[in-house]
Design a protein around this ligand. Structure first.
Ligand code: SF4
Ligand code: SF4
Ligand code: SF4
Length: 269
């Protein structure tokens, strides 16, 4: 749907972490009035509803993604529509009713359990400051195909994680530096670098607010099935331990991360 300049400018002042959702609600408002362009009247109507009855806007959870699926060249394919799987999982947990029973006063958006996906380590959707942040990851692996020494992988790596000694047959990858963006293997013309471990990096307990903190990263790259299982663990832990609407990061600060133990039989690589 088209937006006029005034409405678009008003939207740019909405905090980034609710902008996508507010945008959708404003477009729904315009549609319900039979408009084919969003104008300030629709923005004002939504703002009024939000100010007077925020609880009606609360779903109990949010699953938010970056714009990778709209054609971003950096997107890493993991073979699972994780956003859809998480949405289905959380929709079945009745989180809004659960929160209503525990929060004093009306529910606010910041009470929701929030999962944020980014389809590559650039993290445009800001997975570092959400309850559960998931970053798609793809590590390179060396194959037996001969390396031509072209240096494309070194040029592609922004982390300086790849070196190629003058007399070496193959490059060396420092996985402590590697962010698993996959750029090097995309750049390799000989197939010497190929796709290795693919899945997600997992950040736990990030938040903004009065005491902001970045999510703490679980070690390794987690395959899609393991990621979904850990997400379930996190929601279970949230439901079991939350007190008066505190954020997941505060719970993890109290209980530690060890509660999220590796799950036998699932792929942590
Ligand atoms: S996080 Fe990566 S894949 Fe997603 S929109 Fe940003 S650059 Fe593209
Ligand atoms: S995956 Fe990305 S960060 Fe890792 S070595 Fe390749 S280019 Fe560097
Ligand atoms: S691994 Fe591939 S990209 Fe890197 S130097 Fe060798 S041939 Fe070139």
């Amino acid at each position: 749907m088209q937006w006029n300049d005034e409405a678009e400018e008003a939207m740019s002042r909405v905090p980034f972490f609710v902008r996508k959702r507010v945008r959708k609600r404003v477009e729904e408002e315009a549609e319900s009035r039979g408009a084919n362009e969003v104008a300030m009247a629709h923005v004002h109507a939504c703002r009024q509803r939000f100010m007077t009855n925020q609880e009606a806007e609360v779903k109990g959870y949010q699953v938010e993604s970056c714009f990778g699926s709209t054609g971003c060249p950096n997107r890493i394919e993991t073979g699972l529509d994780l956003a859809a799987a998480l949405e289905q999982e959380l929709a079945g947990r009745n989180l809004k009713e659960f929160l209503k029973a525990r929060v004093n006063g009306p529910l606010k958006l910041h009470h929701e359990f929030r999962i944020t996906l980014a389809d590559c380590p650039n993290g445009c959707s800001r997975p570092q400051i959400t309850d559960l942040g998931l970053i798609a990851a793809r590590r390179p692996r060396l194959t037996e195909n001969p390396c031509s020494g072209c240096g494309s992988c070194l040029a592609a790596c922004q982390e300086g994680a790849i070196t190629l000694a003058p007399d070496a047959d193959y490059p060396t990858i420092d996985f402590a530096q590697c962010l698993a963006c996959g750029h090097c293997l995309n750049a390799c013309p000989t197939g010497t670098l190929d796709t290795g471990a693919t899945g997600y990096r997992i950040l736990i307990g990030g938040k903004l607010g009065r005491h902001p903190q970045l999510g703490r990263e679980l070690p390794g790259i987690h395959g899609p099935a393991a990621t979904l299982a850990i997400a379930r663990q996190c929601v279970d832990h949230f439901l079991t331990h939350t007190q008066r609407g505190e954020r997941f990061g505060e719970i993890i600060n109290r209980t530690g991360l060890d509660v999220l133990a590796p799950i036998p039989g699932l792929d942590r690589v």
